[in-house]
Write a protein that binds this ligand. Structure first.
Ligand code: SF4
Ligand code: SF4
Length: 394
């Protein structure tokens, strides 16, 4: 096929749709390339991911617009590589929101049904049963049975919302259990929604399935306000950011704290005083959604620093706002990457190189991504949630 000249490539209609769907930053870009060099894909040797091209291509209506089957498949692959880590946003001299440009393209692809099968299945499960694992709602509170965690009732101080992975995944349930045990130990008034709890919808919105997101968001808001929920504690930064920053535009009227913010406050007040020694070297991995997106850097560290015997390590340079994504954001958790094309490998190497015995996380997605990736790397380093370590030390 003859190469088309660039003017013929300009597709006004596609560009206008993409702008309507949230790609309004495209004309601010002056192609400096800073976004590309900070993107985690740049650190994955084998993949060339020129982030700086997206604004330009969107302004020409070329993103997600090809009618050629192979070209479109390559385009879909590129658009679904973005893990929404926001590293590019923080480095861009104009604050251009590249993940939103890509999300606009995703919305277009979802409308046409042209997106990865694994993400279609995830969206379907959330729509049908309220969680991405396809598990029945009746089992949502099974993790809490032995702990006698009560159902939330009006008048309780907090709703604890563990997120889908801590609710259902047999390994990650331990995070919900550790959290509940800490709250019980300090007589915090809290309950759970049990089988009425459903996915917050954050990841599926980032995938581009806006209609599924809107449905779960409205159902959750109705359930929360109907139950008299005023304060929510969450284990996942993904629930945190979507409840705090995205639900209000749909009428939500409740406060949300990440569990490390809540526990850090109790530590500062002197209520929580860990007494058991935890003689390990621990490196803390900043989850993008908690750190870079919401500025919560010190509270998880505070929950670890107060533990006697624990030596807290940092990844050199790539910590706090320069932390590298685990690869699970924006649907990445459900995507399959070739072994030499995984962001998690890059991040794990940085964490392991610190000489730590344990990687501490504050996000169920990071926990699952790191544990799964470590299995295929045959490396032995433990990954634990901050709440699991804190509970051990009480
Ligand atoms: S850093 Fe910003 S201005 Fe520079 S190429 Fe990337 S999006 Fe464009
Ligand atoms: S959000 Fe992260 S993965 Fe996506 S383009 Fe920006 S730096 Fe790359």
């Amino acid at each position: 096929m003859a190469k088309k000249i660039i003017n013929e490539d300009i597709n006004d209609e596609i560009r206008e749709v993409l702008i309507e769907e949230g790609a309004e930053d495209i004309y601010k870009c002056y192609q400096c390339g800073k976004c590309t060099s900070i993107c985690p894909w740049f650190q994955v040797d084998m993949y060339n991911f020129p982030v700086y091209r997206f604004s330009l291509e969107t302004s020409m209506g070329m993103v997600a617009s090809s009618e050629d089957k192979d070209e479109l498949a390559a385009e879909i692959d590129k658009i679904y590589r973005c893990v929404g880590c926001d590293a590019c946003v923080t480095q861009c001299p104009h604050g251009i929101d590249t993940p939103s440009i890509l999300r606009a393209a995703r919305r277009l692809l979802v409308d046409f049904g042209s997106y990865p099968e694994t993400l279609k299945s995830t969206a379907q499960k959330i729509k049908n049963v309220g969680n991405p694992l396809g598990e029945p709602a009746e089992k949502r509170a099974d993790w809490a049975i032995d702990l006698n965690v009560p159902k939330f009732q009006e008048g309780m101080d907090h709703l604890y919302f563990p997120c889908c992975l801590p609710a259902y995944d047999s390994r990650i349930q331990n995070v919900a259990k550790a959290t509940a045990k800490i709250l019980q130990q300090y007589d915090i008034s809290f309950g759970i929604l049990g089988e009425k709890e459903r996915c917050c919808g954050e990841a599926i919105r980032k995938v581009g399935a806006e209609k599924v997101f809107t449905e779960v968001c409205k159902t959750n808001i109705k359930e929360f306000s109907g139950s008299g929920v005023k304060n929510v504690l969450v284990s996942s930064p993904h629930c945190f950011t979507t409840f705090k920053n995205e639900y209000p535009e749909f009428g939500a009227d409740f406060e949300t704290l990440h569990i490390t913010q809540f526990l850090s406050k109790l530590i500062d007040e002197g209520t929580i005083k860990p007494s058991k020694e935890f003689n390990k070297k621990v490196v803390y991995h900043d989850p993008c959604t908690l750190g870079r997106k919401n500025g919560v850097y010190e509270e998880p560290r505070n929950c670890l620093k107060c533990i006697p015997g624990l030596e807290l390590l940092e990844v050199e340079e790539f910590n706090r706002n320069l932390s590298v994504c685990c690869g699970a954001g924006s649907g990445g958790l459900w995507m399959e990457w070739e072994k030499n094309e995984r962001i998690a490998d890059v991040r794990l190497k940085q964490l392991i190189d610190t000489g730590a015995d344990i990687i501490a996380v504050a996000c169920p997605y990071c926990l699952q991504m790191f544990e799964e990736t470590l299995k295929s790397m045959n490396l032995e380093i433990q990954v634990l949630d901050v709440t699991e370590i804190l509970y051990e030390s009480l």
